[in-house]
Design a protein around this ligand. Structure first.
Ligand SMILES: [Zn+2]
Length: 276
């Protein structure tokens, strides 16, 4: 497996490459824009072309994390339109950078479950239709209070997608644990993977997010912790990193960092040490 990390792009795309290299990351996740704004800012054509040419020399994979505002299941027509536009622009930008696509949190529940099924289906398929075929839309599991908390939610999202080759899931270790899947030990991890296989298919797992959890099993609180410092613990990462089914996949750190500056060399090193 490849140890990746989320890094900032302030100062430009080349700065993201520098930051990733400085902490020893083997894959990178970046935002296409400020994550709490609708507008996808992007970069100049020249910067995009330069990045597209340069990044493969240093990293196995680069992926976007979509803006936090996106919600496939929202109540407001205006927000739904903005969600669609933002995800379309994000995938168009991904194609321009030669990166794989975007991971994103799929959206809200209505009364703790997925309603608005037609809206969700139509939105996903419009996004797929209006974006380059070399990009992927990747649904992330959540900590449990929004869509994606249950593996069945992710299965539904894949199921309604018109182009199965262009959709997948990202499994976040903190979110899985917070949502009640006990991946902290071998028995629980094996059980989780069996469920993933049965409901979604292992081939649909595109990547992982590697985060420990500040809160306990099933507490539904989305608060990431440095690897080994949280309630999840190192065993989960040992199990994933050394499971041959993920050998060509990347796992991205989204941890606070030991100096509270985000994913750092120390967290990267801890994961690399666990990898055998
Ligand atoms: Zn995540």
């Amino acid at each position: 497996m490849y140890v990746g990390a989320h890094v900032g792009t302030s100062g430009g795309l080349d700065k993201a490459i520098e930051r990733g290299k400085a902490i020893g990351a083997e894959a990178l996740q970046i935002f296409p824009s400020a994550p709490v704004q609708w507008k996808i800012r992007g970069w100049s054509d020249e910067d995009c072309a330069k990045f597209k040419e340069t990044w493969p020399e240093h990293f196995k994979q680069i992926i976007f994390h979509g803006i936090y505002l996106a919600n496939l299941a929202g109540e407001s027509a205006d927000n739904l339109e903005k969600t669609k536009t933002a995800l379309i622009e994000t995938l168009q930008l991904a194609s321009k950078l030669g990166i794989v696509g975007t991971v994103f949190h799929p959206g809200s529940y209505t009364d703790k479950e997925i309603k608005k099924k037609d809206q969700i289906k139509d939105t996903i398929n419009q996004i797929l239709k209006e974006t380059p075929s070399d990009t992927k839309l990747i649904f992330e599991n959540t900590a449990g209070s929004t869509m994606g908390g249950k593996l069945e939610d992710l299965a539904f999202l894949i199921d309604v997608s018109s182009d199965k080759d262009r959709v997948g899931v990202c499994l976040d270790t903190c979110h899985a644990f917070a949502a009640g899947y006990d991946i902290s030990n071998e028995v629980g991890y094996k059980k989780y993977i069996k469920q993933v296989d049965e409901l979604i298919g292992l081939d649909k797992v595109f990547c992982w997010h590697f985060n420990d959890s500040k809160f306990g099993l099933g507490e539904k609180r989305d608060r990431h912790e440095n690897i080994g410092e949280g309630k999840l613990g190192k065993t989960a990462f040992d199990l994933i990193l050394n499971d041959s089914i993920w050998s060509d996949k990347s796992g991205y750190l989204e941890v606070p960092g030991f100096d509270n500056q985000g994913p750092d060399k120390k967290n990267v090193e801890i994961l690399k040490t666990l990898r055998r």
